[in-house]
Design a protein around this ligand. Sequence first.
Ligand code: BGC
Length: 247
Amino acid sequence: MEILGIDVGGTGIKAAMVTVETGALSAEKKRIPTPRPATPEAIAKVIQKIVKHFNWKGPVGCGFPTPLKHGKCMSGGNLHEDWKNVHVAELFKNATGNEFTVVNDADAAGIAEIYFGAGKDKKGVVIMITLGTGIGSAVFLDGKLLQNTEFGHLLNRHGESFESYAADSARKREKLSQKKWGKRLHKYFDHLNFIMSPDLIIIGGGASKRVHKFIHKIEIDTPIAPAEAENEAGIIGAAMAAKAGIS
Ligand code: BGC
């Protein structure tokens, strides 16, 4: 069975048809840069375009880069303040006519890794962290997701959120060397490790292809694994969430 998976990110909106039994993506992927300003109207137009591009009438799973509560955005995150209180699945359904399941983007990426990737069959506490425009988190206990955690918004000792301090966008914005960024990542993961005592940490998001470049800088006593689906985990997990009826 195929479901259209869409990953809405701060810089790009990516989509593909996903075979939900295997987590495989159809060869053809579509990426559209996130419109700026990233208002509800502007993003809904892109979603419309994507659904049309795949000529898809069936269910759609979508990962969305803001905290969500009962389907509504709690904040505009890295998109736009107008998202606050918008019910994302309803907006996208109205724009396209398709049924939408919308989950937080990091939760979606985590779901993909738990079903098919680095977190498969892992017991205990598994935390997925996505490093991209923001820092997203997904927490699993024995494979079951605790939705909508926001561990990118933990504060460092200067009272600044770790997201602004250590996301991939901070590395780019401040032109940090791998060494300097690695030090920041170490501080972040050390703190997360201390407060959560996880059994495994999976790193994904935009930086997942480059995990080998910085993983050795994170010196904690918990295993860390790169996301096996790399940056496609968000698309795959969104489709899986639609299949499983998680929202
Ligand atoms: C948002 C999260 C999101 C993360 C990654 C953060 O700014 O608050 O909900 O998962 O960015 O996109």
